[in-house]
Design a protein around this ligand. Structure first.
Ligand SMILES: NC(=O)C1=CN([C@@H]2O[C@H](COP(=O)(O)OP(=O)(O)OC[C@H]3O[C@@H](n4cnc5c(N)ncnc54)[C@H](O)[C@@H]3O)[C@@H](O)[C@H]2O)C=CC1
Ligand SMILES: O=C(O)CCC(=O)C(=O)O
Length: 424
């Protein structure tokens, strides 16, 4: 008998309303017509799948998943795949929409997409995870392809999962197609620098912002929520730049150290045990206390909706560097603006991952691999150019960096839509 996956209450029910509020506000401010805003607010394609996976104990279990393609006006759809128990279709639509804007902000030739499976990967064996991934890849192979829609890792997915997707897709086509996914292992055509790219790109943005504004980062205090691909790399690069990372949190809890946590040791601990749980070099604090720590830079790098109307007043950071997608609600944004807290927004700050994914895709199509120095140099170039464009719009229009990033993105997507003749 098939056993149905029980879905816990979604933690991020309103990611879509956040994404839509941001889009509609920026669209109106930019003077876009209502029908164009309406067009941009709809995902172009939504694939919802229910699929069986044989578990190790012989039972069959049903899983639900989604692949959403929000918009292709500027190129093939691009975006990660998330495996998380609270994934919903609306959340994936919001994440796909943010991908469209993000690719436009850094000016890479993609539209936006995202995928998700409702699953707690920690409850699966490795072979169950592989069977689930291969079955999901088969289900979404209707949509994906190197010229159509190119997945990559997001929360609780990784290079191994990308390798299984690439292998499954290639098996169906009858030959190897590395460019169908990015964030692959190096052995099968992954790019040097991709795994650290989101954290590196975010810290490049912060570094350039600080340089431009004459802010000294050496010795400044930073706090990082989320210690996975994005948060872990961001913490490492902040530490390397000479900031004191005084607080770090993950799903298991948070730690504080006034003099700065030993980030290399914490990363080693995470790599060995899977989380920061059991690391003894800091004082345990709650997630709420973590986000309210007095600091210069706060990096939310976990889930959506972490900084809301309910806790924004408690935030004491001077700069918020958004590693996560959608960590700040519009209500919190207003509070931060009134308090003079600078937000370097997700669609700019965390675009380093998709930027190096783009480099990986280009390398895959050309069958020519770049060295890591070249990848990191081009990444910094893309991120700093986008930052300066956003800063220029913000200054000219007297708006926040999020508004400016939206103006830039919507302007570029709207231009493509008009030039292609989709919109009069
Ligand atoms: N992987 C990538 O290249 C990119 C990821 N992002 C975004 O960055 C965020 C993090 O993604 P990854 O680092 O890839 O995921 P990951 O799966 O590598 O790590 C997630 C981290 O968040 C922590 N976490 C999960 N739930 C939490 C909670 N309720 N409270 C505190 N911590 C919690 C986990 O313990 C883990 O440390 C997501 O919003 C994702 O969409 C954005 C751009 C690119
Ligand atoms: O690397 C990619 O293609 C997408 C990464 C991603 O999912 C994101 O930027 O949120």
């Amino acid at each position: 008998m098939a056993v149905t996956e029980v879905r816990p209450k979604p933690a991020s029910e309103d990611a879509l309303s956040v994404a839509l509020t941001q889009l509609r506000a920026a669209g109106r401010e930019l003077g876009l017509a209502d029908d164009l805003i309406e067009y941009l607010s709809r995902p172009q394609r939504v694939l919802s799948v229910n699929f069986p996976v044989k578990m190790d104990d012989g039972r069959l279990r049903m899983f639900a998943g989604y692949r959403v393609q929000h918009n292709f006006a500027r190129g093939p759809a691009k975006g990660g795949i998330r495996f998380h128990p609270s994934v919903t279709m609306d959340e994936v639509i919001a994440l796909a929409m943010w991908m469209t804007w993000k690719c436009a902000v850094v000016d890479i030739p993609y539209g936006g997409a995202k995928g998700g499976v409702v699953v707690d990967t920690k409850a699966l064996s490795l072979s169950e995870l592989e069977r689930l991934t291969r079955r999901f890849a088969t289900e979404i192979s209707l949509l994906i392809g190197p010229e159509k829609d190119i997945p990559a890792p997001d929360m609780y997915t990784n290079p191994q999962i990308m390798a299984w997707i690439m292998d499954t897709y290639s098996m169906h086509q009858g030959y190897s197609i590395p460019a169908v996914v990015t964030g692959k292992p190096l052995e099968i055509g992954g790019s040097l620098g991709r795994s650290a790219a989101t954290g590196r790109g975010a810290v490049d943005v912060l570094d350039e912002y600080a340089r431009t504004k004459g802010i000294r980062l050496q010795g400044a205090a930073a706090v990082v929520q989320g210690f996975g691909n994005v948060g872990g790399a961001a913490a490492r690069f902040l530490h390397d730049l000479g900031l004191k990372v005084i607080g770090v949190g993950d799903i298991t809890g948070a730690l504080y150290h006034e003099q700065g946590l030993d980030i290399p040791a914490m990363l080693e601990h995470r790599d060995r045990y899977g989380s920061i749980e059991g690391y003894e070099g800091g004082e345990p604090i709650s997630n709420e206390e973590l986000l309210a720590l007095p600091c210069d830079v706060l990096v939310p790098a976990a889930l959506e909706n972490q900084l809301t109307g309910a806790n924004a007043d408690d935030v004491k950071a001077k700069i918020i560097l958004e590693g996560a997608n959608g960590p700040t609600t519009p209500e919190a944004d207003e509070i931060f603006r009134d308090k003079g807290i600078v937000v370097l927004p997700d669609i700019l700050a965390n675009a380093g991952g998709v930027t190096v994914s783009y480099f990986e895709w280009v390398q895959g199509l050309e069958r020519f691999l770049w060295d890591e120095e070249e990848v990191n140099r081009r990444l910094r170039q893309k991120m700093t150019r986008a930052l300066h464009e956003v800063m220029e719009v913000a200054e000219r229009e007297d708006v926040t960096y999020r508004q400016a990033a939206y103006y830039l993105a919507l302007g570029r997507v709207a231009d493509a839509v008009r030039i292609r003749g989709i919109y009069p």
